[in-house]
Design a protein around this ligand. Sequence first.
Ligand code: ASP
Length: 329
Amino acid sequence: MAKKKILLIHTGGTIAMEGEQHLEPGHYASALVEQLPEYMGFASIDSMILCNLDSSDIGPRQWSELARTISSKRSEYDGFIVIHGTDTMPYTASALAFALEGLDKPVILTGAQRPLGALRNDARRNLADSIEVATLDIPEVGICFDGLLMRGCRTYKVNTRAYHAFDSPGCEPLARLGVDITLGKHIRRPAAPFRCCPRFDAKVMMIHVTPGMNTHLLMPLLEGEDHLDGIVLIPFGVGTIPCLESDVADFVGMATDRNIDVLVANGTTGKIDLPLYENSAILADAGAISGGEMRPEAACVKLMHACATYPDKGERHDYLCWNVAGELE
Ligand code: ASP
């Protein structure tokens, strides 16, 4: 059987960092795959450098470039691996999941908590696991880390000091990489023909509700030429907000009246359920949209994508309520 073709796209992160005092993006790990010689015979792996950054510097511009690159090389490769820092990996994974609609090949993001050049690192295993899953029939954007392949738009970083750096609460791993590789039954199949929509609107902000919150300081965000286009609101529990001595609901109402979308995301694990309480139903009454099981990371990127792609409010809201890549449930 012909070897599967994989394109490895380097964006940076700890996996290839070096330095004594602070870890910094080192030389591109052009030798990354060469350090796993046993995989040379397993797959045919090309590599390219998109950038070499700490992932805190990766955002809409790099997401678009990544999506365009994968889209343009789609017919040449069976799978893609994106080498990425762990700090913002769930954002980039979500961006690719939304930009690459109808994806029919695996796009696997991976990185490490300790650089490949360090002893006792996790880089080697994550890279090797990613190469294997990138050859399988998993047409999703996933994060491969610590023996698990997780749906990218459901993950968040749970630990900065452990090799188990990511979780995807409420969403079983797409694959478990133990002695055998076990695939999940819920792996999604493309529901529509492939299309690449690589636009993101950076005028979206995440606002975390706090007890007794007063929003008058936030009002300038809704005013003037440079107002926000969207807000991801992270309330308590299933979607409650303080109502007695707080004006959060008024703020949300003012935003939605001005055609600024408010998407409610889940700051814990579980699901947003606005009708459940009086103190959460008030958000729906003010025009906010429920984000279901979406994590704040995915909600933020989905809203950035929706604002840039659908100028029509009705279409935008339909898109926000559509379970595009398994992010909602
Ligand atoms: N600061 C690094 C980054 O996200 C952390 C890592 O890669 O683990 O680029």
